[in-house]
Design a protein. Structure first.
Length: 161
């Protein structure tokens, strides 16, 4: 299962959690759910929400935020928690220690739920639309992942030389 398929399948049942333990919202396309990262007026989805990764002035969303996925040097990015387990890191940091967890770009994460929530389409149609309109973000996310792997490999190689 791809990351996109996984994110679509956990719509409304997985959470985004900061490394300090703070809940950052329900991964949900429901714009009316007060806990949803897609609620533009909620504390987890608003650009002004204290616990929103969309808040560019907060510690959870700013480019210099200690726990922000948008901080390209953040060593403690938020994680997606599903069934009580951390399953995916959410970050733009290409050098973060993943401890085996896959990584997803925060813009891709938010884009998935925006697409799932706003189309009025069947799940299959939503997935097809998401794949076609988010190709650039997916490619960028794949490139970011590849860069992280290459950088980790070069660091490891330098240790032995």
């Amino acid at each position: 299962m791809s990351i996109l398929e996984f994110l679509a399948s956990v719509n409304g049942v997985a959470y985004l959690v900061a490394q300090d333990g703070q809940l950052l919202g329900l991964l949900s396309s429901d714009q009316c759910n007060p806990d949803s990262i897609s609620n533009p007026c909620g504390i987890y989805g608003s650009p002004c929400g204290v616990y929103s990764i969309r808040n560019q002035c907060g510690i959870y969303g700013a480019s210099c935020g200690v726990y922000s996925p948008y901080n390209t040097v953040c060593i403690n990015p938020p994680v997606i928690v599903y069934q009580g387990q951390a399953v995916i890191l959410v970050t733009k940091n290409n050098y973060v220690m993943t401890n085996g967890l896959p990584v997803v770009d925060p813009d891709l994460l938010l884009g998935v739920y925006a697409q799932l929530g706003g189309q009025g389409l069947s799940t299959v149609q939503q997935m097809n639309y998401m794949y076609s309109t988010m190709g650039d973000r997916v490619n960028q996310g794949a490139q970011n992942t590849m860069n992280a792997v290459q950088n980790a490999a070069s660091i490891m190689a330098s240790v032995f030389y």
